[in-house]
Write a protein that binds this ligand. Structure first.
Ligand SMILES: Cc1cc2nc3c(=O)[nH]c(=O)nc-3n(C[C@H](O)[C@H](O)[C@H](O)COP(=O)(O)O)c2cc1C
Length: 182
């Protein structure tokens, strides 16, 4: 099923990196916005149909990857926030504070996975708080864009509001990465 046009329009206009995948086997990407392209250096044509793990290269994200797999598997987990070591297309490493949520249809089945990526590697507190604000606004506004198409974004505001643990973990990763990220 194609993504609803109002949802695409909203994500095109938003000022943070966003990606959407199909909830089918191996979660192929259906959509990335221009901020995602700028952040990662990959163009959408290189990504559509592929799994976003392409950004991980050979990094060791075992614990947080297992948390993502659990989120993808269990209906009861509505959203998640984890830091991951990722690599831009040109090989530059960065710490990606990844937020993920589920877009469900009227039968409460997950139709799409929504995600937003934020590079915490070289950021300042005010940039992070601006990002948090934009993400929270998006999570409130997105259901308004998709409701006419009978899709809902599963409860996610609390995960953004309680991001302290994920951010703390990202900072630990950054400290450890004073040694090279590889
Ligand atoms: C919409 C969406 C966006 C994602 N974005 C990222 C990302 O930016 N970086 C990343 O490392 N993983 C990302 N992931 C997670 C991976 O695609 C994958 O689900 C994760 O690595 C766990 O699965 P695996 O152990 O099979 O790789 C994303 C997943 C989805 C569905």
């Amino acid at each position: 099923m194609p993504l609803p046009q109002p949802l695409i329009q909203y994500c095109n206009d938003i000022h943070i990196a966003v990606s959407i995948a199909e909830n089918t086997n191996d979660h192929p990407l259906l959509y990335v916005n221009q901020h995602f392209e700028q952040l990662t250096g990959y163009g959408k044509d290189e990504l559509y149909g592929k799994n976003c793990r392409i950004l991980q290269n050979k990094s060791n994200n075992d614990y947080n990857k297992s948390r993502i797999r659990e989120f993808l598997k269990k209906d009861s987990i509505e959203s998640i926030r984890v830091p991951l070591i990722n690599f831009k297309k040109n090989g530059t490493p960065f710490i990606n504070l990844l937020f993920m949520s589920k877009i469900k249809n009227c039968l409460n089945n997950t139709q799409y996975l929504f995600a937003s990526q934020f590079d915490v590697s070289n950021t300042y507190p005010d940039i992070l708080s601006h990002y948090e604000h934009t993400l929270k606004t998006a999570l409130i506004d997105i259901p308004k864009t998709v409701r006419p198409n009978s899709l809902i974004l599963s409860g996610s505001l609390s995960v953004v509001a309680n991001a302290t643990a994920a951010i703390a973990q990202a900072k630990v990763m950054l400290d450890q990465a004073d040694a090279p990220l590889l």
